[in-house]
Write a protein that binds this ligand. Structure first.
Ligand code: 6GU
Length: 243
């Protein structure tokens, strides 16, 4: 996979992409990530990337010319998905991540200031993505989140220590509690069932805890989760305080 990122702040990516799973995926050549400074694609003496909004109002808007120049230079003759990171985009959920993980290439544009000229949206961008219902100062942290979520899905990106399908948001339930040594820490004990060696009992306990945790923290997720009739009944019978 090749990912090209267009940004005004290229330095924001050096830390995150030099560590952990993204670094390993780059080292293994599962992904090639190129960062492009939008300012390098300006044609004027002062390298201006933004301007005042027509019609007035606060803030600045990213001009179309440098963005078109950057993306057209990056794409060449190829047909490549161009994704704008913006709070107005569709929400990045695991299904969206899986879709993106199937792409051969993508170009990410990090939005900034009050936004980008609408002609960029209409004629340059093929998709718009947001990472959640809060406002970031720019699209860069969102691009980092997207790249992390996508790259860890690539075959071979995760070591033997983890599996891409094991975590939350795959079963539609939150992950169960995890424990490691010591067995007693400050008097707080690891649940005895986990020491039993009884794998059926352990799986049952984990499933139960996943469901109860999801009910408490993210009840919205339960509607799509795959639950047995028995599990649905147990949930309905929970005291209302937990619901
Ligand atoms: Cl993609 N950009 C900005 N600026 N804010 C966000 C976002 C993106 N996703 C959530 N908030």
């Amino acid at each position: 996979m090749r990912i090209d990122i267009v940004t005004l702040f290229p330095d924001m990516f050096s830390g995150p992409f030099a560590e952990s799973i993204i670094k390993r995926a780059i080292d293994r050549q599962l992904v090639n990530i190129a960062i492009h400074n939008l300012r390098d694609y300006t044609a004027d003496k002062h390298h201006v990337v933004d301007d005042y909004p027509y019609g007035g109002g606060p803030g600045m808007v990213l001009k179309p010319e440098p963005l078109f120049a950057a993306v057209e230079a990056i794409k060449g003759e190829e047909e490549v998905p161009v994704i704008l990171l913006t709070p107005q985009g569709r929400l990045l959920r695991q299904e969206v991540v899986d879709e993106l993980a199937s792409y051969e290439r993508m170009v990410l544009i990090c939005g900034h200031y009050e936004g980008v000229d609408e002609r960029v949206r209409e004629h340059l961008v093929s998709d718009e993505i947001s990472i959640g219902d809060y406002v970031l100062s720019g699209g860069e942290p969102a691009a980092i989140v997207l790249v992390d979520a996508v790259v860890r899905q690539l075959p071979g990106a995760l070591g033997s220590e983890a599996s891409a399908s094991g975590g939350s948001h795959v079963t539609g339930l939150l992950q169960h509690p995890q424990y490691t040594h010591p067995q007693v820490y400050r008097g707080w004990e690891v649940p005895i069932v986990l020491l039993s060696g009884n794998h059926a009992q352990i799986a049952k306990w984990r499933r139960e805890r996943s469901i109860m945790r999801t009910l408490r923290q993210r009840p919205d997720l339960l509607e799509k989760a795959e639950l047995t009739p028995e599990e649905k009944r147990r949930i309905r019978e929970q005291p209302v305080k937990l619901r």
